[in-house]
Design a protein around this ligand. Structure first.
Ligand code: ADP
Length: 458
């Protein structure tokens, strides 16, 4: 109500730049389909389409106890997963924060830290006892390792790190086998654990969700980063020659965060370009930078600063906090979008208490809320494009499929799922109703343990 003409026209201009029409979405879907085909044909493509080497599918009747380790972006999680048959699963877990120092220091320091955490977990929580007459190798726990970074996998328990993402930069880890680095650290610390399977978090999410719902085709993460995995017919994975006659399916880790890093179809704005230029991996993960939890707050912050500099917000005042990179967290956007109070009280708290803006008017707060909506709506609509592309690629538009999604952005961001559904309806009409999207919480732990178990079945 109180917004001036120049404020209104600035916001309209920004909204227009972030708008994704259904025509534009279709163009993105088509380009993504082509990129998937390219990635299946050759390695080293922008959309990497990495074979996971996970080919078995769990039946739900397996019995056994396995460990899972999950190195995501924010936390390190260690789980013991006891499969008790008939779909019953018992999970124990411990979480540790991965510090800036560990993310950017030498790789050995990171892997030693992980080995120490596993050791602590075994001594504090694990009660499984080995029999004296078991062989030395059998006296070790089998562990599935969820490692959520781009990896060139060559076997179920071998994979070299292609490129760090999500703020990790340990300089001496790229191009090395992450299972080997972890196994060496476990050896150094004499921790009785064998890393039996290396899986991406999306692969784990897909596995654990299909354990519950056999119609599952796709597993997705919307967390610190974003990525997806799906079941592919092995003959279609042309770059995997030796498997070409196999009739089974193999999980493909798409690595869609890198989609269109050539900037052919994505509608990038100056706010995206600024974020990319100032990031620790410029020109990489362009798609991820428009969608995931690590970046949405920063895009929003860039827009807010732009409005402040034009004297259209907060009377031209910023704060030391708001001027700091990544200070506007995606979680704040959730709070603000969920704020339905008349005076936007929670929004006021975020701006004035957390970000120390000297004072805000209701109009200021309405503008901030609108900016959050604009940024998050584009993210959700872009997300629908990859989903639509996979469903099209797999010929499942008519028959439908289930999708398991993990990650705080999907779980907590208001309307994220509804916005994806709306976009799918625009693309697919009533066929969109055949796509079942559900939250697959903490699938990566159970999924990694399942992958470790699948290796023992063969
Ligand atoms: P991971 O690091 O394994 O992806 P999460 O799925 O928890 O872990 O994702 C963490 C990311 O989710 C953070 O980058 C943060 O920006 C975002 N996030 C956390 N809480 C919320 C929330 N309430 N609303 C929106 N985004 C959130």
């Amino acid at each position: 109500d109180g917004a001036s003409d120049s404020q209104l026209s600035a916001i309209d201009g920004i909204a227009k730049e972030f708008d994704l029409t259904v025509e534009k979405l279709s163009e993105i879907v088509n380009h993504f389909c082509n990129e998937m085909d390219k990635g299946l044909e050759k390695s080293g493509m922008t959309v990497a389409m990495i074979p996971s080497f996970v080919t078995g599918i769990p039946t739900g009747n397996e019995v056994g106890t396995f460990l899972a380790l999950d190195l995501g972006g924010t936390n390190l999680r260690i789980c013991e997963i006891a499969f008790e048959g008939k779909g019953v699963i018992n999970v124990k877990q411990q979480k540790h924060k991965v510090t800036e120092n560990l993310k950017t220091g030498p790789a050995n320091q990171l892997f030693d830290f992980i080995a120490d955490c596993i050791d602590k977990f075994l001594s504090e929580l694990v009660t499984v006892q080995f029999e004296n007459d078991q062989s030395e190798n059998d006296k070790k726990f089998k562990m599935g390792f969820t490692f959520s970074f781009p990896v060139e996998q060559t076997a179920i328990n071998k994979g070299t790190l292609i490129k760090w993402t999500k703020g990790f930069t340990c300089p001496d880890a790229e191009n090395k086998d992450v299972v080997f680095m972890l196994q060496e650290a476990l050896k150094r610390k004499e921790v009785p654990v064998v890393v039996a399977a290396l899986v991406n978090d999306t692969v784990g999410t897909l596995l654990s969700h299909s354990y519950k719902d056999p119609d599952t085709l796709i597993g997705i993460i919307y967390g610190t980063g974003t990525n997806g995995a799906y079941f592919e017919d092995i003959p279609k994975i042309k770059k995997l020659n030796k498997y070409s006659n196999d009739s089974e399916k193999m999980i493909i880790n798409i690595e869609w965060g890198a989609f269109d890093s050539e900037k052919k179809v994505l509608p990038l704005t100056m706010f995206d370009n600024k974020l990319d230029r100032e990031s620790n991996n410029p020109h990489y993960q362009i798609f991820e930078k428009m969608i995931s939890g690590m970046y949405l707050g920063e895009i929003t912050r860039n827009i807010l600063l732009h409005l402040i500099d034009r004297m259209l917000l907060f009377d031209g005042y910023s704060s030391k906090e708001l001027n700091r990179h990544y200070s506007f967290e995606t979680e704040y956007m959730s709070t603000i979008e969920a704020d339905e109070s008349h005076a936007l009280d929670d929004t006021k708290k975020v701006l004035e208490e957390l970000l120390n803006i000297p004072s805000t008017t209701l109009t200021d707060r309405q503008i901030v809320k609108r900016v959050c909506q604009i940024v998050a709506l584009r993210a959700a609509r872009l997300s629908s494009a990859t989903l639509a592309a996979i469903i099209t690629h797999c010929g499942r538009v008519e028959s439908g499929s289930s999708v398991g999604i993990d990650g705080s952005l999907f779980e907590f961001y208001p309307h994220f799922s509804a916005r994806i559904k709306t976009a799918l309806q625009e693309l697919f009409g009533t066929n969109a109703d055949k796509i079942k999207i559900s939250l697959a919480r903490d699938g990566s732990g159970v999924g990694a343990a399942l992958a470790a178990m699948l290796t023992t079945k063969k």
